[in-house]
Ligand binder design. Structure first.
Ligand code: AMP
Length: 236
């Protein structure tokens, strides 16, 4: 009888231990990735402005992505937790302005937000719900003011060329955090400033130093900072 109950206790401990380990391994931090729309739009793939109109010439949000400190990351964690626009109804005008879709054909942005929530947000859903997830990204983007950090240091979106050091220093000076800078290529093959990533604590409250750097296309020695001007292609 004593042996049986101690076997039961051991089994219970193993089950509880495994559950505890799973809960603890939810994710370790987020990457907040902001994007220069001029560099999304002047590549070979081009872009479409959202139905709400051309976004302002400022950095926009690409995503808020949960990560582990070993560099790996969870994806598509909960197919039952579908993106529900009614849960972010108070944020929709900010989402349109600062997390706009630039994909073609032109649309209202819901499919981009749904993609981001389904693929990444659901992996944070045990810590932040859908509303807090989108609100955190919007708040952190505002706080970072990446464009004004750059322009204050003379790094302007005017088609000029800058070094990686100039870009990183300008952002670090203003935000206090070392960013990860990713480049892509314009139609002529020039390396240009595309995305800037920062690390955020798991609750989505505070910026933090990155425990591990993200993956992304490295930059050339001369980095173009293009203007965000032309509507290149806009099928309705
Ligand atoms: P992700 O799963 O976030 O890595 O998304 C990658 C996809 O999102 C690629 O197909 C990108 O072209 C697309 N993407 C990146 N930025 C935007 C944007 N601002 N609007 C719409 N789609 C985007």
């Amino acid at each position: 009888m004593a042996a049986r109950s101690s076997r039961l206790s051991l089994a219970l401990l193993l089950v509880l231990g495994a559950a505890g380990l799973c809960a603890a391994k939810e994710y370790d931090f987020f990457y907040l990735v902001v994007q220069w729309p001029g560099s999304y739009c002047d590549t070979k793939q081009s872009c479409c402005y959202p139905k709400s109109g051309k976004p302002a010439a400022d950095f926009v949000i690409h995503g808020l992505w949960p990560n582990y400190i070993d560099g790996s990351y969870p994806l598509n964690c909960d197919p039952d937790s579908e993106f529900d626009p009614s849960k972010v109804s108070d944020l929709l005008s900010s989402l349109r302005a600062h997390w706009p879709t630039l994909a073609c054909p032109a649309n209202d942005g819901v499919s981009f937000w749904r993609h981001q929530w389904d693929k990444y947000g659901t992996c944070a859903a045990g810590v932040v719900d859908e509303h807090d997830y989108f609100q955190a990204a919007l708040r952190l983007r505002d706080q970072l003011s990446v464009l004004s950090a750059l322009t204050a240091a003379g790094v302007n979106p005017d088609g000029g060329y800058y070094t990686l050091g100039q870009i990183k220093d300008a952002i670090q000076q203003r935000t206090g955090f070392e960013p990860y800078v990713e480049c892509n290529r314009d139609k002529s093959g020039n390396s240009q400033l595309y995305q800037v990533s920062f690390c955020v604590d798991p609750a989505g409250d505070r910026l933090m130093e990155c425990p591990v750097l993200p993956h992304g296309k490295a930059c050339g020695s001369r980095i173009k900072f293009p203007a965000f001007l032309l509507l290149i292609f806009s099928p309705s």
